[in-house]
Design a protein around this ligand. Structure first.
Ligand SMILES: NC(=O)c1ccc[n+]([C@@H]2O[C@H](COP(=O)([O-])OP(=O)(O)OC[C@H]3O[C@@H](n4cnc5c(N)ncnc54)[C@H](O)[C@@H]3O)[C@@H](O)[C@H]2O)c1
Length: 433
């Protein structure tokens, strides 16, 4: 890439103009000298119009179908693929073949076979694919990774992570919502929610491949036999306990205005400022988010534990728990020289080292971080910056790694789900040369 090209904004096409793509594309509005959104593909007319208006994409560059974009020739250097899980691989492969580098949402694909197919396509066309593992870019995890790379806690012996999905997030996304049923969305709960955590674990162990995984879990609470007496089928139609229920759709989505981007998808064409009556009418009738949490078609687990073993004998565990009061991600890493522990949402982590001096036991350093709770702890837009550098062949941060490295966590996740189903250990193949 010559100097003139480096000074031009990178031209990007948006494939799937949904919630995630709109967030990533917002970088182009604040940094027009670095990124420009020049085309959009989305079968949904409203979504196309929204993105084209935000980024002044002319009508001739707004496409209903990916094939129409590809037929239009040289439009952009990169694609931002924010389609839903089951479309990731089938839409990315033609983009790679057409010469685009791709920023792809997680999960990479919905099966191990699909993910490997994408890797082959990226290799065959010599294109770069960067996965939106946004937590790698959040200051909390980026700083932990840096300290591990600098050897502060020595060699990692064990990593323990936890993801606590709150009662309102769990019920919105994984009981009533679009990731509640694997057949409908393509992803299990672990892959939809914790492919980030599987990725963080394998990324923290970069260079040492995982060799086997096992897992156990299930649906303990969000099922019909747990429905309390008096519950109905919809919170605002036939429920006699709505006023006392902590999962009330009316409380979460109308009174507290939570999860609006998901909940009002079916009526977003009515405009950006929906009235309370429009919302209640939607919850009363055909909106899936109006359903009783004990009467849905969900098969997403509400608890799952995963155990991973690495090639150097070190181990990791991850606990996914849905329905917690407080949403948070926890981490505890124990190395040969010390340990690191913290809760991302607290905005700091602690480094401890043995200290055998009289009167001491260990030293403790608290590392404060500038953590914003929006956009994945600030990770979303840092990821875009790194994607631009990665595409241009500049040195990206420690957070960006090869596609192979990003796939290891997915292999662990697919293996964990199979292990849970079959009650055994599953071997993981290494992609490292
Ligand atoms: N990185 C993260 O932390 C994070 C967080 C949430 C969601 N996600 C992932 O991001 C992805 C998108 O989620 P979302 O909530 O933005 O979804 P969304 O439903 O809001 O957007 C998807 C868009 O893709 C469009 N689409 C469907 N088929 C298409 C096709 N063939 N070509 C082009 N566009 C097509 C849809 O019309 C829709 O507008 C999902 O895979 C999800 O798992 C990632």
């Amino acid at each position: 890439m010559n100097e003139l090209e480096m000074r031009q904004p990178l031209r990007a096409v948006i494939v799937g103009a949904g919630n995630r793509s709109v967030t990533y594309a917002s970088y182009a509005l604040s940094h027009p000298d670095r990124l420009q959104i020049v085309a959009v593909v989305d079968p949904d007319e409203h979504r196309r119009a929204r993105l084209s208006e935000l980024h002044r994409v002319p009508p001739e560059r707004c496409f209903v179908d990916l094939d129409d974009l590809l037929a239009a020739g040289d439009i952009a250097e990169v694609a931002i693929n924010g389609t839903m899980d089951e479309f990731h691989v089938q839409t990315s492969i033609p983009l790679l073949a057409a010469g685009y580098d791709v920023l792809l949402e997680k999960p990479i694909g919905i099966s191990k076979e699909e993910v490997m197919e994408l890797l082959s396509a990226a290799r065959a066309h010599s294109r770069k694919v960067m996965i939106c593992h946004v937590l790698r870019y959040a200051p909390f995890y980026a700083e932990i990774r840096k300290r591990i790379a600098e050897g502060e806690v020595g060699d990692i012996l064990n990593i323990q992570t936890g993801e606590h999905v709150s009662y309102h997030h769990m019920s919105a996304a994984f009981v009533r919502g679009k990731w509640s049923n694997k057949e409908a969305c393509g992803s299990s709960m672990l892959m939809a929610k914790c492919c980030h955590d599987m990725d963080l674990i394998t990324w923290l162990k970069s260079g040492v491949p995982p060799v086997r995984v096992t897992s156990s879990g299930g649906i303990g609470f969000f099922r019909s036999d747990k429905a309390p007496i008096g519950s109905g089928t919809r919170c605002v139609t036939d429920c006699r306990i709505e006023a006392d229920c902590v999962y009330s759709a009316k409380k979460h989505y109308v009174e507290q205005n939570m999860w609006g981007v998901y909940v009002w998808r079916s009526i977003e064409h009515l405009g950006p400022s929906l009235t309370v009556e429009q919302k209640l009418e939607s919850l009363r009738t055909d909106n899936p988010y109006g359903r009783c949490v004990w009467k849905c078609d969900n098969d997403a687990v509400d608890h799952q534990s995963v155990v991973i073993e690495f090639a150097d004998g070190s181990t990791a565990t991850h606990n996914l728990i849905g329905n917690t009061a407080r949403p948070c991600r926890t981490i505890h890493i124990i190395g040969t020289k010390g340990e690191i522990s913290g809760v991302m949402e607290d905005g700091f982590f602690t480094v401890r080292r043995p200290d055998p001096r009289p009167g001491h036991e260990y030293s403790e350093e608290q590392v404060q971080l500038n953590v914003s709770m929006d956009m994945h702890g600030g990770g979303d837009l840092r990821l875009i910056e790194d994607f631009i550098s990665y595409h241009r062949g500049e040195a990206p941060s420690l957070s960006t790694t090869s596609l192979e490295d990003s796939i290891h966590g997915h292999l662990v996740g697919f293996g964990a789900d199979l292990a849970m189903e079959q009650g055994r250990w599953i071997a993981i193949e290494s992609l490292l040369a």
